[in-house]
Ligand binder design. Structure first.
Ligand code: GLU
Length: 497
């Protein structure tokens, strides 16, 4: 159902229009996100439309992954699959009659024609053109086919496509909101196919018809579509429609300057989820790919991003996908996340490692409260959920060996003495709170005339096997007296033996 003209002018309507040809990669997610921010900023509508008319490229499972990825990122659509809306259906394969009706209209008005050329003939034409070294393209044989021939072919059921008549010798221009005026010569454009032999529309046809029918006011899409836009402009003209405004978003490059690809680390949104990133961090990071709010603001909430977003600050220059920056940002978001909200994801990794229930390891120490306490200690020093989870082994299993360099430095006859004596003291205290532990260590250091660090370093190594980690006393409190004493005694044995 076309939007009424007045509503169309009053309200911004944008769409994300993925094709289910694979997972949602970060470039696609950035397009979706800019559309989302633009719509929210201007109080408009954000639509999701599935462009699935290329049946040869359809990938099973892609749709579910696209929906899951968008939802995980918080890119909730106002109209589209699962939501409905006045312009549905929002899946192009369910709209075939609309495209065919429009194609008939174009044929009737003389803007399009049926082309009966076979694939073999097109290949021959191309081969000839290539031999001649000139431009390749359809030679427009059927463009002026007499009506009687067309009728005969149709009644004989000869397969055909519908092509747009590209006007000769014309400049085709459009105003890109990010790049300014872009102009093409119509003579370089082929008479593009609108409807294929199987009655499915091409991307161009379905895209233009739907943007109009769904009342889309602004098309924000990746700049790989720039070359398609003059064709779209001519199609709008032929259909007698006002085109929407266009904004082509800058390309995203990998840190080495090449195209972003799966091999170079840029992967699907769900890969980032699996790699331990938080949706709000990826959201924030993607928003800054090609757009900047001005000043040095970087870490921004969704609401702040919405309030600050504008197309004027989108740069036409390529932006670089800097995974280090994403990790940094993720660390910032993890530090402020309540531990409870990460518990499920973290615990599932621990379960896989056999560190908590399921694996049968030290379960008597572990309950929900314990999991949250461990996350609280580690979240401020981790950049990913996975990194946090993997760094936690000593909260579940006694260390079996000790970091070599640290052991050389902190394990010796003297520190074994200190460990034995502090263990005795610890055995005698009931209050195993970090405050009490700190007090105990201070007193021990004072009595022995040594620095407190001479007690702290060997203890940390004995308990965790490594030299870095959260504050020792907080860590000891969480691990608990029984295991702390057991580990100190094992370390003393290891030093002596
Ligand atoms: N279906 C196209 C894609 O997969 C949409 C391009 C556009 O936004 O016009 O990216």
């Amino acid at each position: 159902m076309p939007m009424p003209e007045n509503a169309k002018n009053a309200r911004v309507r944008v769409r994300f229009a993925p094709s289910p040809t694979g997972y949602l990669h970060v470039g696609g997610a950035r397009s979706a996100l800019f559309n989302f921010l633009f719509a929210r900023r201007l109080g408009g509508d954000f639509l999701l439309r599935i462009e699935d008319t290329d049946r040869t490229r359809f990938v099973e499972g892609a749709l579910t992954e696209i929906y899951d990825s968008l939802k995980w990122l918080g890119l909730d659509w106002d109209e589209g699959p699962g939501k409905g809306g006045a312009c549905g259906p929002y899946v192009q394969s369910e709209r075939l009659d609309i495209y065919n009706r429009m194609a008939d209209k174009l044929i009737a008005s003389g803007h399009a024609y049926r082309c009966f050329c076979t694939a073999e003939r097109l290949a021959e034409v191309r081969a000839e053109q290539e031999k001649g070294g000139g431009a390749t393209g359809y030679d427009r044989k059927c463009r002026d086919l007499p009506a009687s021939d067309v009728e005969r072919n149709l009644s004989a059921g000869v397969p055909h496509v519908v092509r747009l008549k590209i006007p000769a010798g014309r400049a085709v221009a459009f105003n890109d909101l990010i790049r300014g005026r872009i102009e093409y010569q119509s003579d370089v454009l082929d008479d593009l196919v609108l409807i294929k032999t199987d009655k499915f529309p091409t991307y161009h046809m379905a895209n233009v018809v739907d943007d109009h029918e769904m009342g889309i006011t602004h098309v924000l899409r990746g700049d790989e579509w720039i070359a398609s836009t003059p064709r779209h402009a001519l199609l709008y003209e032929a259909l007698g429609w006002e085109p929407p405004a266009f904004a082509h978003l800058p390309v995203i490059l990998s840190p080495d300057g090449g195209k972003l690809s799966k091999r170079k680390g840029a992967a699907s949104v769900m890969d980032y989820k699996r790699a331990g990133f938080l949706p709000e961090a990826l959201f924030n990071f993607l928003a800054l790919l090609g757009w900047a709010p001005g000043g040095d603001r970087e870490k921004m909430s969704v609401d702040e991003l919405i309030a600050a977003f504008s197309l004027e600050q989108v740069s036409p220059k390529a932006s670089v996908f800097d995974e280090k920056k994403l990790e940094w940002m993720n660390g910032q978001y993890m530090a402020e996340r309540p531990a409870e909200s990460m518990a499920e994801d973290v615990a599932s990794i621990w379960r896989d490692k056999g560190w908590i229930a399921g694996g049968g390891v030290v379960d008597k120490y572990v309950d929900d409260g314990y999991i949250v306490k461990v996350i609280d200690l580690l979240k401020v020093r981790s950049r990913r959920i996975t990194e946090l989870a993997e760094s936690a082994s000593y909260f579940f299993v006694d260390p079996v060996d000790y970091e070599e360099k640290a052991a050389k430095k902190h394990f010796n006859a003297e520190s074994a003495e200190r460990l034995s004596s502090i263990a005795k003291t610890l055995d005698g205290i009931d209050d195993f709170s970090h405050a009490k532990l700190e007090e105990t260590y201070r007193a021990a250091a004072e009595n022995s005339g040594a620095q407190i660090s001479a007690f702290i370093h060997p203890t940390r190594l004995a308990i965790s096997g490594i030299s870095a980690g959260p504050g020792l006393f907080e860590m000891m409190e969480v691990i608990g007296k029984e295991r702390v004493l057991r580990r100190i005694s094992a370390a003393v044995k290891a030093i002596k033996g």
